[in-house]
Design a protein around this ligand. Structure first.
Ligand SMILES: Cc1cc2nc3c(=O)[nH]c(=O)nc-3n(C[C@H](O)[C@H](O)[C@H](O)COP(=O)(O)O)c2cc1C
Length: 169
């Protein structure tokens, strides 16, 4: 069952989880792929509630997202096996079916073609409305040195309109 939530009532829960690790799931060409994220933002722009994911250009997730502009954000609630975030954050969907390897339970999305994941039950369904390659020279020098050594692997900010928010129960 999908219990609908008001995303702003859960803003703290979502952002605290992102800080320690959550998943972004994408789907294209019959492939479903999840990657761990530690960065993200909840916000409003163009009168639209948004989740912004920051995904480096090199990620397989970026390739799938550029083919099918939809994603889900999967937030753990309570106990979550650290191995899930570890595997999804160190292996690439290019050579591993991470969902199958972890035995994760996918649940069909409501407003997007991408699934939710039962084991990380707080779900944001998102439809891409804007993307922007980060402007590396505009990043403060001390951060640039840490996050963008040459050759650059730049983050793309993917702005997803939140089209549904719920907890899988
Ligand atoms: C806790 C954690 C947080 C991460 N956060 C991000 C992130 O916000 N953006 C990013 O591009 N990569 C992040 N990564 C790295 C990707 O998850 C990792 O490179 C992953 O293997 C990419 O998978 P893919 O090639 O299937 O897309 C994180 C890794 C971990 C373990």
């Amino acid at each position: 069952m999908k219990r609908k939530i008001d995303v702003w009532d859960y803003a703290g829960t979502i952002m605290k989880a992102v800080e320690t690790g959550a998943l972004v799931t994408v789907k294209a060409n019959g492939k479903v792929n999840s990657m761990s994220i530690g960065w993200g933002a909840l916000g409003i722009e163009w009168n639209t509630p948004l989740f912004i994911a920051y995904i480096r250009e090199s990620r397989f997730t970026r390739e799938l997202l550029d083919q099918n502009p939809e994603f889900t954000v999967n937030i753990p609630l309570g106990e979550c096996d650290p191995y899930i975030l570890n595997l999804c954050g160190t292996r690439s969907g290019r050579d591993t079916d991470k969902i199958a390897e972890l035995g994760l339970t996918t649940v069909e999305g409501e407003t997007v073609s991408v699934s939710a994941i039962k084991e990380l039950p707080l779900t944001l369904e998102c439809r891409l409305i804007y993307r922007q390659l980060q402007d590396v020279p505009a990043v403060a020098e001390q951060l640039r040195a840490i996050h963008y050594p040459e050759p650059y692997d730049i983050h793309v900010a993917y702005y997803g309109e939140i089209t549904a928010a719920y907890i899988l129960e």
